[in-house]
Each structure stands twice: as structure tokens, then as C-alpha cells.
Design a binder for this molecule. Structure first.
Ligand code: C2E
Ligand code: MG
Ligand code: MG
Length: 669
């Protein structure tokens, strides 16, 4: 019986070392994601890291077995070989899980290193025992102990170095050192363990050096595992780099870069030092398209708008979607003149008709522009200025662009301070109602009153509704304000009725917001019941856009109110964008001709419009009121066209309650 040392092909050992280290590197790259994610994502990264590391060290360990030069054929017990894989993966999982805990102490690292090292050792001995030899391997106890210690120490060094830069997903020196140590743990342990062992062979077959015959099944297994390992790590890195990056920086609907993409662009590519421009683009009345045609059509429209913006800008800059119907365009090289031209071009492009699912749609955009470096050099200053300019475009009628200037800033500041004060105004009783008469010019009597809101601001004095109503609408404060007004106006009208001062209907302007919650009916009924006012003495003024916005629902609410006896009038008629085709479906009693037609009634075209509105009202059995009547000529014209009820400064300005008593006395037949 002969005993001999086991010789090794050092090149295969080195190859196994390199492969084990690269498996460890891939695994650590996956694990780097663990601290950036939570929940299931975290477990998934950990598991894929453990699979790559566990199967990597297992496969490389077997490669090393093949590096041994033995004087006889060796085969393997497949069950045990597989079992050793089942040790290395859970051990890797446990070790990586402990190494990745957020609040790491030295003890954690020690345990993690110990688990990984022992896992490698257990896998090694199980792998060895899976060899079916014609001889016997004698292990020296001390040297085996040394090999296990080497495995544990090298594993500890590996996890320790990895933790130093655990959150860094790109290439890192520390990760490389860490993987080299893990590679060393596998190869070193194996090499020490076997190099110091002796092989006992029954019949020495001679002097020829036997390269260990490779078991085909085992080799296939090793190759498959290696491929799988590469696929998992490659796939995960691809997912991480490309798919996740796309998801993080791009908007899935339009494929434009999103807010994060914008931040990155401004950090890496857009330098405001030279001349550049930032455009805020916001679609006008997009919400009504969404509400009336549904979100799917709305989404398709946004996609189409995104394409148009991208085509309009081409290579000159970049388009981002900030959310909803808001887009941002950055033009890194752009003069003021270019910016104006570009903005006009964009407005023209957006305005062209869209054909979506059989609908022909029209939408316009408002644009706010800021210029670098005059309005700022960094992203936040440029965006703020462009946003302020956008507000100006919206406020001044939409479908236009504005370039930021300091005056806008003052305007915005006032708006913001008014918004702040508006929130407290109701509680501080700063609102008051003024009433403007509607006059029957043939009978010379007051036939109605319109209630108009005024805000007595403690510092700025009386503020016009034209200024604060839009703020109240935007913030939703219009709803409690209108509730208050309904109670105040119904109570006041009841007082006039009881005191026999006046016996007319009072109208209140309604905002679109009032129709949103579906509780308008109850609120109005409550105001009527509480005041004791009969419903036909209350009139609601709505605009065309309110009626058209979510028409079915609005019409249903108005019909219920009409059923109660409340009157409804269509305010500012002729200026909305509704189609006349639906007018007969809206339950209204009265059409109010907008003041712009009356103001310009000398123009033949306006006269024609007034005449037509009066005819339409007549045909649909509606009453008609002319707004903004200021001169006897206007009265004469309106009378000749068949309109008798008028409202305007000629007959009476909006007055507070204190003045109205006297006014009624003087103006009642
Ligand atoms: P509106 O409902 O069309 O009200 C008529 C506006 O025209 C009133 O302006 C009135 O003072 C003004 N006006 C009346 N006659 C003449 C005239 O002969 N010449 C001129 N130049 N103007 C005349 P006001 O009170 O400033 O209200 C402006 C708008 O604010 C209202 O237009 C209405 O849309 C809104 N508003 C006022 N009060 C309320 C309210 O309580 N709730 C809501 N939602 N909106 C309100
Ligand atoms: Mg009105
Ligand atoms: Mg009006």
C-alpha cells in the first residue's frame, strides 16, 4: 500500500480562484441594491446575490477538484455533489443577509464571516466525500483546522471590505478586494486542505502521472451552474442598469424623461452660465377633456402632445414631462429672440387638431419662459421664474406665452399673500355681498338682483372678485364661501320680502367647484329651509363652461334644483366655447348676454350676435337679460331687438344692503 501527496495543476487552481472571485464580485454587485430597496425587492436582490455567490463557489470548488492530479479514475456521487450546493447557497444567503443589515456592528461581520467560512468548509468536505476513489484520503487534523481558519478569516475580510462600500453599485475598489478575499476563502481552503492530505492507494499503478478524469455529468452540471450564475447576475445587472433606470428617469406614458430625469439633466448637461431658456408648457382646459372623454383619451392626447413637442424642439433641446399636463423644455443655447420664435412655434403645433379614437380634439397650451443666466443659473431658479411666467400666460387668457419679468414676481407675491389671507377671511367676516338690480326697461321696475361678492381686506381695502375668485376657485375655498353666501343672501332676501321692501329673485354666481361633490342640492335646500325663502326667489348663475364640463352630471343636478323651484341662468352667454347644439339640453330659465357684446354693440357684427342670442332665447322659451348696460343708446338698441331686462351701471351699480333700502324706495313704481 502506497501513500502519496496530491499534486495540483496550478493553472486550474488560479482559474478557479479568478472565477470564484468574479462570482463573488457579481454577487456583491447584486447585494449593493439591497440597501436601496425594501420589502420584496430587498429579499429578491439578496436571494439572487446568494444564488450567484453560492453556486459560484460551489462550481469553482468542483473545478478545483478537477485540478487535482490523481493516479486513477475518479467518479462522483451526484447526490452528495448536489447536497453541497444546497449548503453553499443558504450559507451565502445567511452571510449576505447579516452583512447587509442596516445597523451593522462588528459582531455581525464576525458572524457573517464565520457562516460563510463554515459554509465553504462544509461544502468542501461534502464535495470531497462525493468523490468515489479507489483509494483513501488521509487528512491531517491540524492542517485541516488551518484550512478552515483560512476560509473563515478570508470570508470575514471579504464581508468586512464589502461593507465599507456596500451602497455603491458601480465599480469599486473595495468590492474588488472583497471578492478577491472570498475567492481566496474558496481556493485557499481547498488548496491547503488537499495539498496537506495524503492519498492512500492499494495498488500503485506506476509512474505515469494521471490527470484526474473528468466526470461528464459533473462537468455538465458545473457548466450549467456557471452559466446560470452568469445569466442571473448579468440579467439582474441589466435590469438594474437599463430597465430600472428607464423606470426611474422616464415617464412611462410619454416616454419623455420625468422630474428625476430633469434633475439629472440639469446636473450633468444644462449649464445656465451661457444663454439658455426653460419653457414651462401647460395644456389649457385639459381637465375638461379628461372629465368629458375619459382618462384613456386624455392619456392618448398627452402622448400625442409629447410627440409634437419633441418634434418641434428636435435636437435643439430636451422635453420633459413633469406630471399631468405639464411639460418642461430646456434649450441649452437660446437667445431671447429664439425663445419667442420657439414658443410661437410650439403654440402653433399644439393647437393643430388631434384625431384620437374617432374624436377630433382641439387643445391649446400656455407657456412660461425663463432665460439663463438673467433669471437664474440653476434649475430651481429657472423653473420658478418659468412657472411664474406660465401663471401670467394663464391669467391673461391662455393660449399664449410670456417671458418672465420682475413685475410678474410682484404679482405672484401679491397672489400668494392674498391666498394666505383668503383662508382666514371667512372666519374674520371680511366678505360682504353687494347687489346689482336687473331692470325691466319697459315696465321700469326691478325684476331681480344679482348678488356679487366683495372682500374687505384689512390692508388692501376692497378687493375685486376678478382678483380673488380665481384664487378661491383654485384653492377650493370658493365652496365654503359660496355656502356662506347662500345663507346670507337667502336670509337677506327673506328680510326684504317680510319688510315688503322688495319681492324679487336674487341670483348667485356658481363656481364649477360647487357641482363637484354632488351636495349642491342639499346645501341649497338647507339655505332655503333655514331662511324660509321660496325657491323661485333664488336663482343660480352658471357659465357655459360649467354647464359643458361633465355635462350629464351638471344637467342632472340642475334639473333636480329646477324641480325644487330654483331658477337657473346662463351667465356671460356667447363668450364660452360651448356648441349651441347642446343649449336646449341645459335646464335654464334665462340667458344673460355678456357685456362684451353690449360694450361693442355699435359694431355691426356684435349687433348681429345680440340679435341672434335674443332670437335663440325666444325660440327656446328662455328669458334674456343684457349685462353691462351703460348708455341710453344701448338701451334703445336692445329694446329694438326685443330685449327688455337689463343690468348695468346705467340703472344701478352693485350696492351694499345699507344703500339698497333707499334705492328701492326711489325706484319702485
Ligand atoms: P358676472 O357674474 O358677470 O357679474 C357682472 C359683473 O359685471 C360684476 O362685476 C358687475 O359689477 C359688473 N358690471 C355690472 N354692470 C356693469 C356695467 O354697466 N359696466 C361694467 N363695466 N361692469 C358692470 P364684479 O362684481 O366685479 O364681478 C365680476 C365677476 O366675478 C362676476 O361676473 C362673477 O363672474 C364673479 N363673481 C362675483 N361675485 C361672485 C360670487 O359670489 N361667486 C362667484 N363664483 N363668482 C362671483
Ligand atoms: Mg353673474
Ligand atoms: Mg356676467
Amino acid at each position: 500500500m502506497d501513500q502519496m501527496g496530491i499534486r495540483y495543476n496550478i493553472w486550474i487552481v488560479l482559474l478557479a480562484f479568478a472565477l470564484a472571485a468574479s462570482a463573488a464580485y457579481s454577487a456583491l454587485t447584486l447585494i449593493s441594491q439591497v440597501s436601496l430597496t425594501a420589502g420584496r425587492g430587498r429579499r429578491l436582490w439578496l436571494l439572487s446575490g446568494a444564488c450567484v455567490l453560492g453556486s459560484g463557489i460551489w462550481a469553482m470548488h468542483l473545478v478545483e477538484l478537477m485540478a487535482g492530479e490523481l493516479p486513477f479514475e475518479v467518479s462522483y456521487h451526484p447526490g452528495q455533489a448536489v447536497l453541497s450546493l444546497l449548503i453553499s447557497i443558504p450559507a451565502s444567503y445567511l452571510a449576505l443577509w447579516i452583512a447587509a443589515v442596516p445597523l451593522l456592528r462588528t459582531g455581525h461581520l464576525l458572524i457573517s464571516g464565520l457562516i460563510l467560512g463554515s459554509g465553504i468548509a462544509a461544502m468542501h468536505y461534502l464535495g470531497m466525500s462525493s468523490m468515489m476513489l479507489e483509494g483513501k484520503i488521509h487528512y491531517g487534523v491540524q492542517t485541516q483546522g488551518l484550512s478552515v481558519i483560512v476560509a473563515c478569516l478570508a470570508s470575514y475580510a471579504g464581508v468586512f471590505l464589502f461593507r465599507k462600500l456596500k451602497d455603491y453599485a458601480g465599480f469599486s475598489r473595495w468590492k474588488l478586494y472583497s471578492s478577491l478575499f472570498i475567492g481566496l476563502a474558496v481556493t485557499g481552503m481547498h488548496y491547503i486542505s488537499l495539498r496537506t492530505s495524503h492519498l492512500q492507494v492499494d495498488g500503485w499503478p506506476g509512474n505515469k502521472p494521471f490527470l484526474m478524469e473528468t466526470d461528464v455529468i459533473l462537468l455538465t452540471g458545473v457548466s450549467l451552474v456557471t452559466l446560470l450564475m452568469l445569466a442571473v447576475s448579468g440579467g439582474a445587472v441589466f435590469l438594474d442598469r437599463h430597465v430600472l433606470e428607464r423606470m426611474a428617469y422616464n415617464d412611462p406614458l410619454t416616454q419623455l424623461p420625468n422630474r428625476h430625469g430633469l434633475e439629472r439633466y440639469f446636473r450633468d448637461e444644462f449649464f445656465g452660465g451661457a444663454s439658455g431658456a426653460v419653457f414651462f408648457v401647460d395644456l389649457d382646459r385639459f381637465k375638461s377633456i379628461n372629465d368629458t372623454l375619459g382618462h384613456d383619451i386624455g392619456d392618448m392626447l398627452l402622448q400625442e402632445v409629447a410627440v409634437r413637442l419633441r418634434c418641434a424642439i428636435g435636437m435643439k433641446g430636451k422635453v420633459f414631462r413633469l406630471g399631468g399636463d405639464e411639460f418642461l423644455i430646456a434649450l441649452p443655447v437660446c437667445t431671447m429672440e429664439d425663445a419667442r420664435e420657439e414658443a410661437q412655434h410650439i403654440l402653433r403645433e399644439v393647437k393643430k387638431s388631434y384625431s384620437i379614437e374617432g374624436h377630433e380634439l382641439y387643445v391649446t397650451a400656455s407657456v412660461g419662459i425663463s432665460m439663463a443666466p438673467i433669471h437664474g443659473t440653476d434649475r430651481s431658479a429657472l423653473m420658478k421664474a418659468a412657472d411664474t411666467a406660465l401663471y401670467t400666460s394663464k391669467d391673461s387668457g391662455k393660449n399664449k406665452f410670456s417671458v418672465f419679468d420682475q413685475e410678474m414676481n410682484r404679482h405672484q407675491l401679491r397672489r400668494m399673500s392674498l391666498e394666505k389671507d383668503l383662508r382666514k377671511a371667512l372666519a374674520r367676516s371680511e366678505f360682504m355681498v353687494v347687489y346689482q338690480p336687473k331692470w325691466d326697461s319697459l315696465m321700469n321696475v326691478t325684476v331681480g338682483l344679482e348678488a356679487l361678492l366683495r372682500w374687505r381686506h384689512p390692508e388692501h381695502g376692497i378687493i375685486s372678485p376678478a382678483e380673488f375668485i380665481p384664487i378661491a376657485e383654485e384653492t377650493g375655498l370658493i365652496v365654503p364661501i359660496t355656502y356662506w353666501m347662500l345663507h346670507d343672501v337667502c336670509g337677506q332676501n327673506m328680510l326684504w320680502h317680510r319688510g315688503r321692501v322688495a319681492n324679487v329673485a336674487v341670483s348667485i354666481n356658481m363656481s364649477a367647484r360647487m357641482f363637484e361633490g354632488g351636495s349642491l342640492y342639499d346645501v341649497i335646500e338647507e339655505a332655503l329651509v333655514r331662511s324660509g325663502l321660496e325657491p323661485h326667489f333664488l336663482e343660480l348663475e352658471i357659465t357655459e363652461s360649467i354647464a359643458m364640463n361633465n355635462m350629464e352630471e351638471t344637467v342632472a343636478q340642475l334639473s333636480r334644483l329646477r324641480g325644487l323651484g330654483v331658477r337657473v341662468s346662463l351667465d356671460d352667454f356667447g363668450t364660452g366655447f360651448s356648441s349651441l347644439g347642446n343649449l336646449d339640453e341645459i335646464p335654464v330659465n334665462t340667458l344673460k348676454i355678456d357685456q362684451v357684446f353690449i360694450r361693442k354693440s355699435k359694431m355691426h357684427s356684435k349687433k348681429a350676435i345680440i340679435s341672434n342670442i335674443i332670437a335663440i332665447a325666444g325660440n327656446l322659451n328662455m328669458e334674456v337679460v343684457a349685462e353691462g348696460v351703460e348708455t341710453p343708446e344701448q338701451i334703445e338698441l336692445l329694446q329694438s331687438l326685443g330685449c327688455r331686462v337689463m343690468q348695468g351701471f346705467y340703472y344701478g351699480r352693485p350696492m351694499p344692503v345699507s344703500e339698497l333700502g333707499q334705492w328701492f324706495i326711489e325706484n319702485t313704481a
